[in-house]
Design a protein around this ligand. Structure first.
Ligand SMILES: NC(=O)c1ccc[n+]([C@@H]2O[C@H](COP(=O)([O-])OP(=O)(O)OC[C@H]3O[C@@H](n4cnc5c(N)ncnc54)[C@H](O)[C@@H]3O)[C@@H](O)[C@H]2O)c1
Length: 339
């Protein structure tokens, strides 16, 4: 049984805690938050996407307000780092140095140098480091990657991704609304799609991005063209600028030579494969969501089970690299080559 803990019991930390409670082979032993009220009101924060059903029950879970104390006393094997992005490096490295497996939320860190420090610490510790790129595990996105890789419907000709909502209102001390801490919607939200683009199609050679000012920064509505060495058209749009009544949309269309794959969480039939010569159908997907599946994967990895390579720390660094290139493109008005 893997003894798991969570630091940062805001929106995503509560999701992780609930997932550990429901994952075979894991036991949620301890949680930590600097804000004691978060430990008392667990199960009631809001976020973009509906959380796993049911309130979080922290009976018999050790509660800490100090991370070092949790590391000293709770006897953990694994911990989720669910803190504001600017704190990921410090806390992740501490946990790796203590010999724990770490699931660090995305983005790995706000800059390349901190990402490299984390990766070096993971290499030195020899323990598991997984980054919370949950979209790679999200059942529809995972199935789509499988279908593309199978080659059944030919090559990719075009793809567009969208992740659109209003500015998050829930964050601790409004850290998300301070671009110096969150990187705006570009680094915090849109990175999910940049990461999936490189996962599904490989790193582009060049990016061209436009951004519009919003409540946190110059980077709160984003549209990027990811350029490759052929004529495929790959784009992604992200936003914190939608009106509150809009809700939240995550969606894509992927055009293959012999089929179009469609996902839109706002539609009644959210996921369809539309083959060129047959009726559209909804393929079977794994039960659960990207969060529960990434945590099940993490627990298996920490337990020493052989797991497929779905996301690696090096990929996560590449996603930060990609988003920083997108920011440079938006700032200069020019296409930026990915080094
Ligand atoms: N994968 C996803 O779908 C997803 C969704 C949302 C957020 N995230 C990422 O997760 C991270 C956290 O985001 P969030 O929305 O949960 O933020 P949040 O503001 O809701 O939660 C952060 C929590 O950290 C606590 N905290 C701050 N300093 C602390 C400290 N020193 N010790 C202990 N606790 C401390 C705060 O009290 C707060 O409860 C960010 O990196 C964000 O990008 C990922």
């Amino acid at each position: 049984m893997i003894r798991a803990g969570v630091v940062g019991m805001g929106f995503i930390g509560q999701v992780h805690a609930k997932c550990y409670q429901e994952t075979e082979g894991a036991q949620l032993v301890a949680v930590c938050d600097i804000d004691e009220t978060k430990l008392k009101s667990a199960g009631r924060t809001e976020g973009n996407i509906e959380q796993p059903a049911g309130a979080l029950d922290l009976t018999n879970v050790e509660l800490y307000t100090d991370f070092d104390e949790m590391l000293d006393k709770a006897g953990l094997d694994a911990v989720s780092i669910a803190l504001p992005t600017s704190m990921h490096a410090e806390y992740t490295i501490k946990a790796l140095d203590a010999g724990l497996g770490v699931l660090c939320e995305k983005p790995l860190a706000p800059n390349i140098s901190q990402c490299e420090q984390i990766i070096n610490a993971a290499q030195t510790s020899g323990t598991t480091l997984q980054v919370g790129h949950c979209i790679r595990f999200w059942p529809e996105y995972a199935k789509t990657k499988e279908v593309i890789d199978s080659g059944e419907y030919g090559k990719v000709r075009a793809a567009d991704f969208r992740r659109l909502g209003s500015a998050p209102a829930w964050s601790w001390n409004q850290w998300m609304m301070d671009a110096a801490q969150s990187g705006g919607a570009l680094m915090d939200l849109h990175i999910h799609d940049s990461d999936y683009v490189q996962y599904a199609f490989g790193m582009p050679t060049t990016v061209y991005t436009r951004c519009t000012k919003g409540p946190s920064s110059k980077y709160d509505h984003i549209a990027t063209h990811y350029l490759y060495d052929d004529d495929r058209v790959i784009t992604a749009e992200g936003s914190w600028l939608m009106s509150p009544g809009f809700g939240f949309e995550m969606s894509f269309n992927i055009v293959l030579e012999e089929a179009t794959i469609v996902f839109d969480n706002t539609r009644k039939t959210a996921f369809r494969i539309c083959p060129a010569d047959k009726d559209p159908f909804t393929p079977e997907i794994l039960p659960g969501d990207g969060w529960s599946l990434e945590i099940a994967h993490f627990i298996k990895a920490v337990s020493g089970e052989k797991v497929p390579k779905i996301t690696t720390p090096a990929d996560s660094l590449d996603s930060v690299r990609l988003v920083l290139a997108e920011r440079q493109s938006a700032e200069t008005g020019k296409a930026v080559a990915i080094e």
